[in-house]
Design a protein around this ligand. Sequence first.
Ligand SMILES: *Cc1c(COP(=O)(O)O)cnc(C)c1O
Length: 352
Amino acid sequence: MRPLDFRSDTVTRPTAGMREAMAAAEVGDDVFGEDPSVIALEQRTAELLGKEAALFVPSGTMSNQIGVRLHCGAGDEFLCEVNCHIFNYEQGAYAQLSGVAAFPVEASDGLPRVEQLVSRIRPDDPHLVRTRLLCLENTHNRWGGRVLPYDGVAELCGWARDNGLATHLDGARLFNAVAATGVAAADWAAPFDTVSVCFSKGLGAPVGSAIVGPRELIERRAVRVRKLFGGGMRQAGVIAAGALYALEHHRQRLVDDHRAATAIAEAVRQCEGLSVLGGRAETNIVIFQIDAPPGTNRTMVDALAERGVLAITVGHTSVRLVTHLDVSLDDAVRAGETIKHVWTTIGASATA
Ligand SMILES: *Cc1c(COP(=O)(O)O)cnc(C)c1O
């Protein structure tokens, strides 16, 4: 039997309907701006996010790094939360590609507070980098798919604007925040200058992300940076059609993923010695901490894999499962049962 794959929401295969849309896609050379399927995807994405323009790019890493580059140059710095993807999982690309520094701050829930940041804007002084940008992430991957509180986000972005900082949102899973709250994508995006969204995560497209923002910034500058970073694609309509299909057909069903994640979190909560990050699954990610010697998380992931449930380790003490299009509620219940079963043996020996 094929294992139940909860390693990430990036493991989905295109559905039959999506493959049909991809096969039928009209294409052109998108570096010449002539791919009708890419143009359609960009227009629809911009519209959903309430921004003037969108640019289709190969990955979420590229859309974030274009975002950083649009707002910062060499010798500039951005503020962010210490567990965010841009800071941890993109090889420090802001430094490698753009000569930009990061200033991460700790926040117990993924959202820094104004009081923490006021003293972080550096004064104008030739000894210092220039603080230019605030980056946030919603939903927050490392905080277990947490949805940032809307009012807190709006307040922080308002403060940033008042203090001359640009704002960028890593919204790789922004549509999960929409599904979880009922707050529209355009409302989530409104406080930010630029927003990155991924079609290849919960939405289930095979490839692609987009960066959205003001027309001038996206159509003149972001297009140039995308080419510089090697992201100018030719007949990209084939994949853009898959992304557009995902956008139109897979947003509503994200609540199913959230229900499935909740089932897993409930099972984990029944295990003494395991604790769900944030106490519950807010969206499609479950991260649980293991109260046992570091490395027990690896033993746990291996034992789960032997029983047909794939998960990944996070750090030295946590395990992550992500729900998506290709796993059902029943699969999630089975994963929960498997976690409970495996933990009865591992937990007993690890804490003995
Ligand atoms: C996956 C992810 C990205 C990067 O997307 P890739 O397409 O894998 O480069 C960025 N931010 C967050 C929060 C992510 O989960």
